[in-house]
Design a protein around this ligand. Structure first.
Ligand code: NAD
Ligand code: ZN
Length: 248
């Protein structure tokens, strides 16, 4: 709807510290299923908790099997129309940056430079013993060839895992506190493609709102924060963002 797009475009033009906050719905138009979609990697496998991963070679093998199966969904995906609009907004100075729960790296590939990844990134592998980082692609290929969980080359037998936050692992505190500051300082927050049910996703828009920010929610399904939002737009993210951009 045009009037709605124009309203958001006006708020975006007025704002000095606008922040975009994204969830898995941001990337469904890139072919990556969201959390709840049937058939997605998130519904196909048993969860391997962080403590299990650290404790048992079997759990590490199971983890690597799952990640290798889901890898192509990420590796072959491209930013969609919505990602490109958000990247344009950052380079034009309309937004401060993006806070994301996504691990797919598509905001950066689209061109965003200020991206806070609350749940880390699946594009990199991190040694849980020495902290060394590696590109994910060659290590996943190595796993597929050898059928063995890869080991760190920088330290003896280091346990390698994607640089993502696993279940049972806490969020990176530095990233989280920066995200909280951005939310507190925001005068406009666009919450896009998140069901807004888990913390801190559910918390950052509340922090923004309490500090006087406007809150716009763009999400197909209702969220628990809809009642506190200034505007809720239940459309396709790519179409809605394109319409806002064209109205600006
Ligand atoms: P979620 O799956 O709980 O919610 C996604 C929301 O997006 C849904 O409410 C759905 O209605 C909406 N949506 C989906 N496609 C849409 C579209 N094209 N247009 C408009 N709305 C659309 O996602 P969440 O809140 O981000 O929580 C899931 C967790 O799982 C995240 O914390 C994330 O780390 C992880 N995850 C990441 C990815 C990724 O990196 N792409 C994918 C799946 C899950
Ligand atoms: Zn190591």
């Amino acid at each position: 709807d045009n009037a709605i797009a124009t309203q958001v475009a006006e708020w975006l033009a007025e704002a000095e510290h606008a922040v975009v906050f994204t969830g898995a719905g941001m990337s469904t138009e890139s072919g990556i299923p969201d959390f709840r979609s049937p058939g997605g990697i998130w519904t196909r496998f048993r969860t391997v908790y962080y403590d299990e991963f650290m404790a048992s070679p079997d759990a590490r093998r199971e983890y690597w099997h799952q990640k290798a199966m889901g890898h192509r969904e990420f590796a072959d995906s491209q930013p969609n129309a919505g990602h490109l609009v958000i990247a344009k907004w950052e380079s034009a100075g309309n937004i401060r940056g993006v806070i994301t729960q996504n691990i797919d790296g598509l905001h950066q590939i689209a061109g965003n430079q200020q991206v806070l990844e609350l749940h880390g990134t699946a594009r990199q592998i991190e040694c849980q013993d020495c902290g060394a980082r590696f590109d994910a692609e060659p290590l996943v290929a190595q796993y597929l060839e050898t059928d063995e969980a890869p080991k760190c080359t920088e330290c003896p037998k280091g346990r390698l895992k994607h640089a993502t936050v696993s279940f049972g692992q806490s969020l990176p505190t530095a990233v989280l506190s920066k995200a909280a500051s951005w939310s507190q300082e925001a005068d406009l927050m666009l919450a896009i493609g998140s069901s807004l049910v888990v913390n801190p996703a559910a918390e950052l828009p509340v922090i923004a709102k309490r500090s006087g920010s406007r809150l716009v929610i763009i999400n197909r399904d209702p969220t628990p924060l809809d009642t506190m939002a200034d505007l809720v737009i239940p459309g396709s993210i790519g179409e809605v963002l394109t319409a806002i951009d064209q109205a600006g």
